[in-house]
Design a protein around this ligand. Structure first.
Ligand code: UDP
Ligand code: MG
Length: 137
């Protein structure tokens, strides 16, 4: 059993696909262990994406991630991290496999609808960033 953090990004919330994203994760056998709708400040977004602070897209990404509400969730199940990454598709929607969330809904390499932790180490940083143990079920 493994836990991972996923986010429906501001573009996904605006496209009204929160339910569709969750449905796809549930259909893969994952269970929602925690769920919140929140809006980040730009500083919150910078802290969340701190691993990317030297990347050229850091300022634009953190501005985008704070432009509107996001749906943040913890998903639980066997191989949850890899299952979420497969269901999301590649970072660049142009490279994302058919039938993945990003292939179906993303419009831009930045505005790619969904986030998922990329490793156990990332999940161990990202889950407590948003959820206390009392918020996880
Ligand atoms: N991103 C971007 N330009 C790039 C690479 C990434 O705008 O060239 C954005 C995109 O929203 C991506 C996020 O930065 O989802 C984090 O990048 P990462 O490489 O961690 O991709 P992910 O793990 O989300 O697939
Ligand atoms: Mg990543």
């Amino acid at each position: 059993m493994e836990r991972t953090l996923s986010i429906v990004k501001p573009d996904g919330v605006k496209k009204n696909v929160i339910g569709e994203v969750i449905r796809r994760f549930e259909q893969k056998g994952l269970r929602v262990a925690g769920l919140r709708l929140i809006q980040l400040s730009t500083q919150d977004a910078k802290n969340f994406y701190i691993v990317h602070k030297e990347r050229p897209f850091y300022e634009s990404l953190t501005s985008f991630m704070s432009e509107g509400p996001i749906a943040v969730m913890v998903l639980e199940g066997d191989n949850a991290i890899a299952t979420v990454r497969e269901t999301m598709g590649a970072t660049n929607f142009k490279d994302a496999a058919p039938g993945t969330i990003r292939a179906d809904f993303a419009t831009d390499i930045e505005r790619n609808v969904v986030h998922g932790s990329d490793s156990v180490k990332s999940a161990d940083y990202e889950i407590p960033f948003f959820f206390s143990s009392l918020d996880l079920h």
